[in-house]
Ligand binder design. Structure first.
Ligand SMILES: Cc1cc2nc3c(=O)[nH]c(=O)nc-3n(C[C@H](O)[C@H](O)[C@H](O)COP(=O)(O)O)c2cc1C
Length: 193
């Protein structure tokens, strides 16, 4: 994850489109493809995103904190959204047969899993293209304001946001990295738990 960007280097349009073309190659349950991607590029669109989501606390005087100041330099924001209803509809079709649309049938929310897989393809493509990117969350209590700001239908839920751009000179790694990466032997169970 990269959290500072060169504000004077936009993402070339063909690279932006490649990020999105790759995103839609993600696998999806029942090939539901119940995702959507909101692409924000102009300064006005991006300002509207940051104002609506305030995804980082501002300082007492109302100015953005350091995290947000650096993140706001990203020339491109891609908001992946998931659509649970699309999955319930898809699995109610004859070849799946879950006509009761009972959510208890789902072992995990595949609508969010699939949007996450698509998001990872955006991140990997950004790295491939020599760009930096960061996935970050939109606070749950800001989602209504986010929807209102961009006319997002109620059935679509943002799973987060990906900032994209050329890395700036003031990048800060996540303090969480101090936790260290858990090793294969800690997380892999071979043959049985
Ligand atoms: C679901 C999820 C939510 C995250 N939310 C944030 C966030 O709100 N702000 C942020 O700066 N980074 C966020 N990250 C990035 C993580 O901090 C980062 O992936 C982790 O520290 C490992 O660092 P690396 O991806 O650079 O290896 C998030 C990552 C994931 C997968």
């Amino acid at each position: 994850m990269v959290r500072d960007y060169d504000p004077d280097r936009p993402v070339p349009p063909e690279v932006r489109e490649r990020l999105l073309e790759h995103a839609i190659r993600a696998p999806s349950a029942g090939f539901s493809q119940g995702w959507a991607f909101l692409v924000l590029e102009s300064p006005e669109e991006r300002d509207r995103f940051w104002a609506a989501t305030a995804s980082s606390p501002t300082q007492p005087d109302g100015t953005p904190d350091g995290w947000q100041t650096r993140m706001r330099r990203a020339p491109l924001l891609v908001v992946p959204l998931s659509n649970k209803a699309a999955y319930l509809d898809r699995y109610a079709e004859p070849d799946k047969g879950w006509t009761d649309r009972d959510e208890a049938r789902w072992p995990v929310p595949y609508w969010d899993v699939d949007a996450g897989m698509a998001t990872l393809l955006v991140l990997l493509t950004a790295v491939d293209e020599g760009l930096g990117a960061c996935f970050f969350g939109i606070p749950g209590d800001r989602v209504p304001a986010f929807r209102a700001a961009f006319g997002v239908p109620a059935e679509f839920r943002p799973v987060g946001c990906v900032s994209v751009g050329y890395a700036g000179t003031d990048d800060r790694r996540s303090p969480s990295l101090r936790r260290g990466r858990r090793g294969v032997d800690e997380v892999v169970h071979r043959g049985r738990w």
